[in-house]
Ligand binder design. Structure first.
Ligand code: NOJ
Length: 751
């Protein structure tokens, strides 16, 4: 059936006589790229202006309550037939995409397939830890495998393209979208960005399990002033290049197929209209060959920004800046045809954008098989498999960060007689999914209570009380929870944010435990029982009281479907925690933005000198620094060595360090390497991460860990905004977090 339909489509095109080279599959192309270019050129020559702008038009699928899936409305069916829609987002399920695709490839003049996009951010149905948590694994290979699983599941449900990875650097935990990225550091962020691109896209986009990736949001979105979503970003050119752009560049180098422009403005220019970033940097400097999609409605929003007076003007600005495809505001489709006809917009610019979109469709193999992801029997077989869940559990285990463990309260013994599991998130199966959870279902999630109940000995009594709600003060009943805690040998208090308290449009000005939860924790601690706090959140929270008064704290973020199992694995010692923070925990909101790679200032803090950079009411230091995380064992660092301490031009730096497991059990340590350029022509951060490795060490074992820091990694953008490496002295710092490091110096010589 499929082949007959396809060949009819092809036959029709052949009759036009123009597309012969485009569909002459029998002839082996000189190279894959050249062949794609020929096909794209031929197709563009056949297209009307409306069909061209149609390829740049993306709409969102409409839900049909009866069919329980997205359907084409009458208006949209007509538009698809006319070739005036090139892509859909939010159409999910092979049955739905097959229906949509059928209209495009069988009822439109040129039979150009639709491209289906979706936010597959941390899993499709098998939900993995939220990206901020996944970054705490400091394990790019694992993150790549997680993205691969997401791609396998999403493509089986008709999806071709994910709006991920989100690679925005965030130094402000008030910003809810910090949850969707890899935290505050450009180096870790770049490693995670590349890993996710590789995982989503696989080796070859034409493989049916390959999911086209999209690096977003380009650029500076994470710099939203005051942490308020969609707000403006004031970012210097140097910080932009060195901090915010680094993970985007890594995504390009990893072969990412698409980009999404950001909602925010950068220094007076809305990203959606920022040619200097989308064309000068992305295409001309970095050589990106894919296409750029706008964010939702962002082209139209250029009018709100106050840089366009009309829809048409907004459309022209965006397209000329480099936004190839427009998400949902339908300006390209409705307002740009006249602009081109009346010569206010260049046909050449439109053609170039169309080429980029068609290229992606060819590379995905959609012209060879537009139904490549429409096999309705596949999803069941490859979704939420045991193998996928197992991987989600490993990712969740490694993402957990042990923040405090006074007197080795953890791990708990499985033979404990009675354990109380309390708090609004203790038995919850919805919130561990985290925001942007695609097709995640709470029915798939293991709660902390269930994870613990499965873990402990059959003789252990697991007691439960909810105690309070996540937000608000209704249903507050600390007393009842206290009563059961009193009967127990230890209490596990599971508190935090709801999943909708981070993510898009979810900024907070107060990062304490919300609602009555703080009071609740205090009531439980007041029982005098051993208390373990398990935090779920999409961002660092301000927990100074808890850090002072609760003996053990686990940051468990939103860990996905295996949350409860992974948390129980760590609580009861089957897994030794090894996660390290991907973002700094402030002591108070007043310290924000707070990050480890700050600048020294002319008056760095000195205890005895009042006129140094400080607050009157809070230390400068964070509550928990970037890279921090405890283990049930301890590690020591010694013998830090630079093999070539007098470095010549262009030489890489070779560093070795001995890491010893000084405790009594096997554990994994994330060994982190930071550098500082001591004196340079522009000020440099006090520390910059330039390498990390995860090593496993048996009790008492010592390993030599070696790093090679590429010469270019010592560089920065100088006054002329050229990337340079300047001679002089550098510090190398190595340790298990960004604060507790040992250090050594080396000199880079002029010649
Ligand atoms: C808006 C968000 O900013 C973006 O990240 C997302 O991909 C789109 N909506 C589509 O859902």
């Amino acid at each position: 059936m499929k082949n007959i339909r396809m060949s009819q489509g092809i036959a029709n095109l052949l009759m036009t006589g123009v597309l012969t080279s485009a569909i002459c599959f029998a002839q082996p192309p000189r190279s894959a790229d050249a062949s794609v270019e020929q096909k794209v050129d031929s197709l563009v020559r056949l297209m009307t202006l409306e069909e061209k702008l149609g390829q740049l038009n993306q709409l969102s699928g409409q839900w049909d309550e009866k069919l329980k899936r997205q359907v084409l409305t009458d208006e949209e069916r007509d538009l698809v037939k006319k070739g005036r829609i090139g892509s859909y987002l939010n159409v999910v399920g092979a049955d739905a995409t097959r229906d949509f695709q059928r209209v495009a490839v069988e009822e439109s003049r040129l039979h150009i397939p639709l491209l289906f996009g979706l936010d597959v951010i941390h899993g499709f149905r098998t939900i993995f830890p939220v990206p901020l948590a996944e970054a705490c694994t400091w394990d790019p290979a694992l993150v790549e495998r997680a993205a691969r699983v997401a791609a396998i599941e999403a493509t089986a449900a008709g999806v071709h393209w994910t709006f991920a990875p989100m690679v925005d650097i965030a130094r402000d935990p008030r910003w809810g979208r910090i949850m969707e990225g890899s935290g505050e550091d450009p180096y870790l962020g770049a490693a995670m960005a590349a890993a996710r691109v590789r995982g989503f896209q696989g080796r070859d986009l034409s493989n049916p399990t390959s999911l086209l990736a999209c690096a977003k949001h380009f650029a500076g979105y994470g710099g939203a002033e005051s942490g308020r979503d969609y707000n403006i970003a004031q970012i210097s050119a140097r910080t932009m290049h060195e901090v915010y752009l680094a993970p985007f560049k890594a995504a390009v180098d990893a072969g990412v197929g698409s980009f999404m422009s950001a909602f925010n403005e950068i220094n007076g220019v809305p990203a959606t209209a920022a040619r200097f970033i989308m064309t000068d940097v992305l295409r001309n400097e970095w050589g990106f060959k894919g296409f750029v999609v706008s964010d939702w409605g962002a082209v139209e929003e250029l009018m709100n920004h106050g840089v366009a007076a009309t829809r048409e003007e907004a459309g022209r600005l965006a397209l000329n800046a480099g936004v190839d495809m427009e998400m949902v505001s339908r300006i390209y489709e409705k307002d740009l045809p006249a602009a081109v006809r009346e010569k206010r917009l260049s046909q050449v610019a439109v053609d170039e954008s169309v080429r980029r979109v068609l290229r992606a469709k060819f590379k995905l193999g959609l012209f060879d098989d537009p139904y490549r992801n429409c096999d309705t029997s596949l999803a069941k077989k490859v979704t939420l498999t045991k193998e996928h869940r197992d991987l989600a559990r490993i990712a969740a285990q490694k993402a957990i960060v042990l923040l405090k463990n006074e007197k080795n309260l953890l791990p708990l013994r499985k033979e404990i007689k009675r354990v109380a599991v309390v708090g609004p998130l203790a038995a919850d199966t919805f919130h561990p999914l985290g925001g942007w959870n695609a097709q995640g279902s709470k029915d798939d999630v293991v709660s902390v209570f269930d994870g613990i109940a499965r873990k402990v000995s059959p003789r252990t009594k697991v007691l439960y009380h909810r105690g309070c709600e996540i937000e608000g003060d209704s249903g507050y009943n600390a007393q009842a929870a206290v009563k059961i805690v009193r009967q127990a040998d230890a209490a596990i208090v599971v508190v935090g944010e709801g999943l909708d308290m981070s993510g898009e449009a979810a900024s907070r000005s107060n990062l304490d435990l919300p609602g009555k939860q703080k009071e609740f924790v205090k009531a439980i601690v007041a029982t005098g029982k051993p208390v373990v706090l398990v935090l779920m959140s999409g961002r660092p929270l301000t927990i100074p009281w808890e850090a002072e008064n609760v003996p053990a704290i686990l940051e468990a973020w939103f860990l996905g479907v295996e949350a409860g199992n992974a948390i129980a694995d760590v609580l009861f010692g089957d897994v030794n925690p090894s996660g390290k923070l991907s973002a700094t925990f402030p002591r108070s909101v007043g310290q924000i933005p707070i990050y480890y790679n700050y600048k020294n200032t002319g008056r760095p803090f000195e205890e005895k000198n009042h006129f140094t950079s400080r607050y009157l009411d809070v230390p400068n230091t964070p509550l928990y620094p970037f890279g921090y995380g405890l283990s049930y064992t301890t590690f020591s660092y010694s013998n830090l060595h630079v093999t070539n301490p007098i470095l010549k031009a262009h030489e890489d730096v070779k560093v070795s360090v001995d890491v010893t497991n000084t405790g009594t059990r096997i554990g994994e340590e994330v060994v982190q390497l930071y550098i500082r350029d001591e004196v340079a022509s522009v000020t440099r951060p006090v520390k910059e991460l330039k390498g990390f490795q995860r090593v496993s060490l048996n009790a008492g074992e010592k390993k030599s860990v070696e790093f090679v820091v590429k010469h270019d990694e010592l560089g920065f953008y100088n006054l002329e905004m050229k990337r340079v490496v300047e001679p002089g002295w550098f510090k190398v710092m190595v340790g298990g977090n960004s604060v507790d490091v040992i250090e050594i110096r080396f000199e880079l010589q002029e010649k």
